[in-house]
Structures are given as structure tokens and as C-alpha cells.
Design a protein around this ligand. Sequence first.
Ligand code: COA
Length: 168
Amino acid sequence: MIADNERERTWDGYIAARGKQSKLTRFAKTSLSRIAYLTIFPKIRVLAYRMIGVHIGQGIFIGWACYFDNVFPELISIDDGVTFAPFVKIIVHEHAAGHGPGRVSPVIIHKNVYIGTGATILPGVEIGEGARVGAGAVVTKDVPAGAVVAGVPARVLRGGIDRVTSEE
Ligand SMILES: CC(C)(COP(=O)(O)OP(=O)(O)OC[C@H]1O[C@@H](n2cnc3c(N)ncnc32)[C@H](O)[C@@H]1OP(=O)(O)O)[C@@H](O)C(=O)NCCC(=O)NCCS
């Protein structure tokens, strides 16, 4: 679960706590992120995102041309069995000079979630186990386990807790 104080971190506050990264580290992360975006080999995508710090479980499929925020990839957690159709975006920050303190907030995707093509997951969102996210959805709020969500902003189409497989 994402704690309230993790959802509310500012750009400067997060970087002060984490420490600045060297240009070389940023270059390496950006390059690996582009490799993940462009490669035709799904296993290389997973490997490249792991190498830049995304927390990725087992049995994950990432479709081509997905973009996982390479500025703070360590804030993205993807549990086992998650599937991403092509063109999915996961974003964990919003910040532009002169437009306030910005925001840096994690995204957590639990087991066996399915994310449809072109969906965008915004900072501070947690997607519950077994949920399905519709094509083109913009997910601005937490998604309950087993739910089907779609639309802009994403709304729950169905509850569907029968899809949850964990016994927790
Ligand atoms: C969201 C989704 C999982 C729902 O599928 P479903 O349970 O069969 O839902 P239905 O087709 O019965 O649609 C239910 C309602 O939601 C709407 N809806 C379905 N998908 C939608 C979407 N992506 N965005 C907005 N509305 C959507 C339908 O128009 C319908 O609305 P209505 O009740 O007003 O007629 C599915 O439509 C979807 O988007 N799947 C992703 C497909 C994909 O990305 N494939 C990638 C292959 S690589």
C-alpha cells in the first residue's frame, strides 16, 4: 500500500532524500529505457527495465513501445504475472520549472493485472490484484483488486473480485 507521505513528496524533497544522480547514471538509464522501448524482444524489455531499477516480478509480459518513467524508475513496482499491451505509459512524477513544487509518487501494480493498449497510469496509483485496465484509460486513482476500469479518467466498469487469486 502507498503511504500518504509517499504520495505527497515534492520533486526537490524526493531528490534531497534520495540523493542526486550523476550524468553518467542518468545517461545509462535513459539509454536502457530507449532500448526497452524499441527492442522487438520482450525479454530484453524486461531486463532493461530491471537494470534501470523498476521492481519487476516473475512472469511479466511488456508489449512493445511501452514507456516506464525513467526519471524515477525505482518508484515503479510490478508484481508477478502482470501483462502490458503495447503503448502503455507509467508515470511517477510531474514537474516543470516555474509550475510549483512538482510531485513524485510511486506506482504499484499487483499480481496478474492486465493493462490494455495505450493506457496511462499516473503518479500515486495502486492497481489491485487481478484488475483489468481498458485500452486508452487514464488511471488517476487506485483500482480495486479484480475491478475492470476504463475511460478518461478511468472509472470502474465492474467489481469482479472473483478474479483475485491470492488467499491473503
Ligand atoms: C476494458 C475492457 C477490458 C472491457 O471489456 P469488457 O468487459 O468485454 O467490456 P464491454 O465490451 O462489455 O464494455 C462495457 C462498457 O465499457 C465500454 N468500454 C469498453 N472498453 C472501453 C475502453 N477501453 N474505454 C472506454 N470504454 C470502454 C463499452 O463501450 C461498454 O459501454 P456501454 O455499457 O456504455 O455500452 C476492454 O474493452 C478493453 O479495453 N480491453 C483492452 C484490449 C487491449 O488493449 N488489447 C491489447 C491487445 S495487444
